[in-house]
Design a protein around this ligand. Sequence first.
Ligand code: C5P
Length: 225
Amino acid sequence: MATRAPVIAIDGPSASGKGTIASRVAKRLGFHYLESGALYRLIALISLREGTSDETQLARLAAEMDVVFNDGEIVLVDEAVTEKIRSEPVGIRASEVAKLPALRQALLTRQRAFRRSPGLVADGRDMGTVVFPDAELKVFLTATPEIRAERRYKQLIEKGIDANLRALSRDLRDRDERDAKRAVAPLVPAPDSQVLDSSALSIDEVADRIVGWSLEKKLGGSVGS
Ligand code: C5P
């Protein structure tokens, strides 16, 4: 009987560092990586461009969109959208469309298709609760709202994107609230998750801890730095 590929689910609020940490852990373990937020951001980009928030239409787009993830690059039809989906307006629209149950349902199959040998590290809001409830390791990554706003601010400035710390803090708070209060797949730690507060930890320290937990559970083969 074929054994399922193991999954490490890393969930948490916006700007908690999930993406950086999850891709680093995936690399060190030699696992595939799913950034589920990018799927919601892709739909948000389409929603903004087409000026529609219609649930049925967006769910159909979610099921049918022609998107390729290639080593950190995201191509929608023939357009490179890796940077375009990172803007704040797209992030805000993403958390609005993410409330739509039919859209979330349509993305389930796509997300689960990333589970391939030798294993998957998946980051998002509902990886451990809804998409991969049988994940071998579940981590809920947090940081204080102030630290998260500062991290997001630095990220944007480094990319040459204009940002305002106060407006960012407000957007993050609103987004957290929408994500935590929505009826379907709200942002909550899975009961069997390890909660990790990264406020006072470096990226390397957080990654080391998660790789350590993975190895304790005998997940992953190639472990580099
Ligand atoms: O992780 P990221 O900030 O890119 O996600 C953008 C938005 O997509 C989140 O604010 C959230 O509303 C939504 N999302 C979600 N479930 C996921 C990943 C992202 O609802 N698994």
